[in-house]
Design a protein around this ligand. Structure first.
Ligand code: MN
Length: 290
């Protein structure tokens, strides 16, 4: 099943061609904070049959008749694993590895949808890079989840671009600008992905392929990423895990069009535009790297 958000925090499902609203299945939908997706994921076991039943009713309209938004716009956490592909670690000349250094947090407010632009902060001399990543969306709460049981806590998967200012500033600051986390176009439920540890993925800029990899090359795999995060903090339904980027990262410029595709998950193409100047002394004092 493909879970979508659209047209002002409405929640629904799609078959890739048409759209059905699930508003009638949720008790009291509210426009803000946009947590309908989190509630749907939390209640999914009881809603599953009703949601499937929607597919046999008259759709709201074709998929392109609505404006898709981030499928999970308000997760309690956006967890990210850096240095999780050898090909990326090599290009960054870093000795960091996800199995040694673990994960970090990126601001959930950086999440935008498949029809939103990546807005580049105007920081003199700074490069802003694209990182092509598979996103895990948590389905069931868990703490200290044993190895081998992480997958039981996964609701589904999505495409994620981890946009990053390169530099020596704290990672959370470089990666948390508004719009720095395009997510979408939907969450594909885990039952539709045969093996998340063997998915081809690709990212292109203006039609030119920049990143191509397979999730089988992850250093810390899908199951273990869930377990490792849960060894520190309780995972909640809707939490998003960015699983790391393969080699081929590079700078984005205003006017670029960035397309991400992940096998069996989906694709989305987002524009890049110029933002305003950043009044932040840490970026003014920037040095290269990171
Ligand atoms: Mn990343």
């Amino acid at each position: 099943m493909k879970i979508i958000s659209f047209d002002g925090n409405q929640i629904g499902i799609s078959d890739g061609q048409f759209v059905w609203s699930a508003a009638g299945l949720l008790k009291d939908g509210v426009p803000w904070p946009p947590v309908s997706a989190v509630r749907l994921i939390n209640e999914f076991d009881t809603l599953r049959d009703s949601l499937r039943g929607l597919l046999h009713t008259e759709p709201l309209g074709p998929l392109d008749s609505v404006r898709l938004e981030a499928p999970v716009p308000w997760p309690s956490k956006l967890i990210a694993y850096p240095a999780n592909y050898v090909s990326h670690n090599d290009e960054m000349h870093t000795g960091n590895r996800a199995d040694v250094n673990g994960f970090f947090l990126k601001s959930p407010s950086s999440i935008v949808g498949p029809h939103d632009a990546i807005v580049l902060p105007d920081i003199s001399g700074a490069e802003v890079h694209h990182e092509c990543e598979l996103a895990i969306v948590i389905g069931k709460s868990g703490r200290a989840i044993p190895r081998g049981y992480g997958r039981d806590h996964i609701f589904g998967f999505s495409c994620l671009i981890d946009v990053t200012v390169r530099g020596q500033q704290e990672r959370v600051m470089r990666k948390s600008f508004d719009s720095f986390c395009p997510l979408g176009p939907w969450v594909v439920t885990a039952d539709e992905i045969n093996d998340p540890g063997n998915l081809e993925m690709r990212l292109s800029v203006n039609g030119e392929v920049r990143q191509g990899a397979n999730t089988k090359d992850l250093i810390v795999g899908i199951d273990e990423m869930v377990c490792m995060a849960s060894s520190v903090m309780t995972l909640f339904p809707g939490d998003v895990i960015a699983t790391g980027t393969p080699g081929g990262v590079g700078p984005l410029a205003a006017g670029d069009q960035v397309e991400i595709w992940i096998e069996d998950v989906g694709s989305m193409s987002v524009p890049v535009r110029k933002g305003s100047a950043v009044d932040n002394r840490a970026f003014a004092n920037r040095v290269a790297g990171g």
